[in-house]
Structure formats: C-alpha cells, structure tokens
Ligand binder design. Structure first.
Ligand code: AMP
Ligand code: MG
Length: 268
C-alpha cells in the first residue's frame, strides 16, 4: 500500500505522475473497503489507548491540501474512533500580528504533541513555503531558507520521540471545481466558501510548483510525505487510516508496568 504514496527521500516529485483518482482497483461499496477501514480504525483506537497510557511517545499528523482538498473531512472520518482526551487538533489560519512578530515556527511548536498525545495539524508550517510563496507574502530569500529550517525542526521533534506523518491530499483541478461549486449551491456549505480560494485556484500551477518543491525537499527519513490520491473521499480515508494505524503499530506503545503489586492490593 505504501509504495505508491510514500515519497522516498531524495526523489524529485512531479505531481503529474500521481493520479488523484487512483483507487487501487477498489470500489466504494466493496465489502473489503468497509472491512479494511473498520479494522484499521479499531486497531487505531486500541493503540491510541496504549499510547496515552504509556505517555512516552507522541504522534504528529500533518495535513496539507488545496482548498476543498479534504483536510477537515479526513480529520472527521479518520479520527472518529479516538479518545478526544488524547487528541489535539489545530487549524493554522492566517497568522495574527502577534504570531508574525515571531519566527514562523513559533506558533507551530506550541501545538506539537506532548508525550502520549496525537496532534493533528490542519495546515501547518508548510503554509510558510506554500501560500507565502505563491501570494508573495515574503521575499524568496526568506521562504527559500525555510525548507532547511523545517527539516531541522522535524528532526528535533523526532529526537524527542514524536513520530511525524505528513499527508498531502492530492485532488485534481476538476474535482476542486465541483467541490467549490457545491459550496456555492448548498446553503449548508456557504460558510466554507471563501473568495480567496478563487485567487488560489487561479494560481493553481504556482501551487503545484510549490507543492512539488515541498514534497521533494522535505520528505525525509524521519518525516516522510505521503501523497494521497484524494478525489475519492472513501479511498483517501481508507489509505490515511491504514498509514496512521501502521505507524502506531510500529511505535508499539505499551501499558506501563504497574507501580504496585496487584496481588498484594486489597480494597478496604
Ligand atoms: P482555511 O483552512 O480554509 O480555514 O483557511 C485558512 C487560510 O489561512 C488559508 O487561506 C491559508 O492559506 C491561510 N494561512 C495559513 N497559514 C498561513 C500563513 N502562515 N501565512 C499566510 N496565510 C496562511
Ligand atoms: Mg478555506
């Protein structure tokens, strides 16, 4: 499953080579899709419980995608079985004046997961080499240096027992058009519509270039990028759930040894 999504460090990524509609021969209503998804979510639930109890390692999940790419939907569907006490979701919006008064990682570092926790980033420090680059919010000499800063930052987190998974949800320009149109047509979705999204859509090709550089330069051994075919929401959810579960399995969290002898203990 991993071979078609994980970006091997050092490879030059071209998004053209990745089909956003890929579904690995599966169909939405296949029993096997439901079974694989539910099995992954159930195992994720059990492993999270142990991660929380163990309190020694943490997991950081980064979600990046264009508008309508499915960041919110992924969080809603993939994290649904988890114990909310052990999860912290942060959405990164336009930085406030205070945040802009610091280096770009300041606001991000504050939201990284402490031991035992799973943190989910809906957008992240990568905005600082994406929207900032495309909208020219900072000069090239500033954002150009950030790839290295990001790799060093992620290495630091890893050294402190944070496992990092980064998902780029890859949708096609046609699919985005449909999803934006739904936000205009459906009153229940009006709140999600932002005219700024149309600006970003007009600069689609600049974003592709920025995404490709991010994926190429910041997929590292400790913090790989996964390119998720995301035109089909059910396939996106299945693959993300399976990758998160596989990572937790590898982290192999254990219940801590009891600090008392259960055989000696009687409740008065
Ligand atoms: P949304 O995720 O749709 O609620 O929108 C959040 C908006 O904040 C998006 O347009 C992002 O591109 C923007 N944003 C997030 N981080 C930054 C950043 N560091 N600098 C500028 N804009 C940002
Ligand atoms: Mg938006």
């Amino acid at each position: 499953m991993e071979h078609f999504t994980k970006v091997t460090p050092g490879t030059q990524v071209s998004l053209q080579d990745h089909d956003p509609r890929f579904r690995d021969g599966l169909r939405k209503n296949d029993d096997v899709v439901r079974e694989r998804r539910e099995a992954a979510l159930e195992e994720m639930r059990v492993l999270q419980e142990r991660l929380y109890a163990e309190g020694r390692q943490s997991l950081l999940i980064v979600l990046q995608a264009t508008d309508t790419g499915g960041k919110d939907g992924t969080i809603k569907h993939v994290m649904r079985g988890l114990n909310p006490s052990g999860v912290c979701v942060t959405g990164f919006k336009q930085p406030t004046a205070k945040e802009l008064g610091h280096d770009f990682l300041w606001r991000v570092h504050k939201r990284t997961p402490e031991r035992g926790m799973i943190a989910v980033f809906n957008r992240s420090h990568y905005e600082d080499v994406l929207v900032v680059r495309v909208r020219k919010l900072a000069p090239k000499r500033i954002w150009e240096r950030r790839y290295e800063h990001i790799n060093a930052f992620e290495e630091l987190l890893t050294e402190c027992d944070t496992r990092i998974l980064k998902f780029f949800l890859h949708i096609s320009k046609d699919e985005q058009k449909e999803r934006l149109q739904r936000r205009i047509d459906d009153p229940a979705r009006h709140w999600k519509f932002d005219e700024g999204d149309l600006y970003d859509r007009r600069h689609w090709d600049n974003y592709v270039e920025a995404y490709e550089e991010m994926l190429t330069r910041c997929s590292t051994g400790v913090a790989p990028w996964y390119i998720i075919p995301a035109d089909r929401k059910w396939f996106r959810n299945l693959i993300v759930a399976e990758i998160v579960t596989a990572a937790l399995r590898e982290m192999d969290p254990q219940y801590p040894e009891p600090h008392f002898d259960p055989k000696e203990m009687t409740i008065p």
